[in-house]
Design a protein around this ligand. Structure first.
Ligand SMILES: [Zn+2]
Length: 285
């Protein structure tokens, strides 16, 4: 059993038989994560891995998850045949080419399929990892059922509260991670030093709008403007400084806005320097 950096679950890669998957794709095509169940009784991720490795099935999934580990069968830059069920009508724009398929191993208890709590919690870990890695928000984590009406994962269609619970766990995790990103940094404006909440994401610094106001800038923003959202990340936020109104890159967490410091500096017509070593941002005329 190996390890995947950023995934807190034993991980294995057992390549699928090439007959079970399609062509290469750009991972930037990945928009959805689709959850399935295997409809088996007491199967394992490793068992599925070796089965799909040696058998030509003409279908498959990227990942299999059970109670103690996960197995990758198809690389994420390959199209897996997992959610386009023949003869069924699509309910959204999720397809094989723009999604990752995750199969949960299942059990049968009193003639009914179940996903055990441990397998569900491990699936939360795997899905959270994939959400982070491929920038997929919780709202685009869906069931095979939501793609085309297939009763899959059957226990999560029959008992909708189990699906709701899973969504709550991946959404909660997403929020918590964002909160953890908020840190306090020093900003110097016209020689005056203040402490400000900020987020450093993808090598870019986002400052809380309130901090800029505290630093003496009159900043207004259009809270009611329709905005495009990606999870709880705003792609753009209209900001007014003096007479200027422009769209800047921003992040919204728990109702607070964090704006891209470079965008803001450009708007304010000031220079910006950020010293990562001392966590100090300097705005200069
Ligand atoms: Zn399915």
């Amino acid at each position: 059993m190996g390890k995947l950096v950023g995934l807190d679950l034993p991980y294995n890669y057992v390549p699928s038989n090439p007959a079970n998957y399609g062509g290469v794709r750009a991972v930037s095509n990945i928009k959805y994560i689709v959850v399935h169940y295997t409809a088996n009784d007491g199967d394992t991720d490793t068992g599925n891995g070796s089965y799909f490795g040696r058998t030509k099935v003409g279908a498959g999934a990227h990942m299999f998850v059970d109670e103690d580990s996960c197995t990758q069968s198809i690389l994420f830059n390959r199209v897996a045949y997992h959610c386009e069920t023949a003869g069924m009508k699509f309910k959204c724009d999720c397809r094989n080419y723009n999604s990752i398929g995750v199969e949960m191993c299942s059990d049968k208890v009193n003639g009914k399929y179940v996903i055990t709590r441990q397998t569900m919690l491990n699936t939360v870990k795997v899905v959270k990892y994939l959400m982070r890695e491929y920038n997929v928000p919780a709202e685009r984590v869906i069931r095979h059922y939501d793609v085309c009406g297939k009763l899959c994962p059957e226990p999560w269609v029959r008992v909708p509260s189990e699906w709701t619970e899973f969504k709550r766990l991946i959404t909660e995790a997403e929020k918590k991670e964002d909160e953890e990103m908020v840190e306090t940094i020093n900003i110097t404006v016209n020689g005056k030093e203040i402490k400000a909440d900020a987020i450093v994401k993808d090598g870019r610094t986002f400052l809380s709008l309130r901090a800029l106001e505290n630093a003496g800038f009159a900043v207004g923003y259009y809270a009611n403007t329709k905005r495009r959202t990606l999870g709880n990340i705003f792609k753009e936020l209209p900001v007014v400084v003096g007479e200027k109104k422009e769209f800047v890159n921003a992040i919204n967490i728990e109702g607070r806005n964090y704006v891209g410091i470079r965008d803001m500096a450009e708007m304010l017509g000031v220079g910006v320097e950020y010293d990562r070593a001392t966590d100090t941002v300097t705005l200069k005329k």
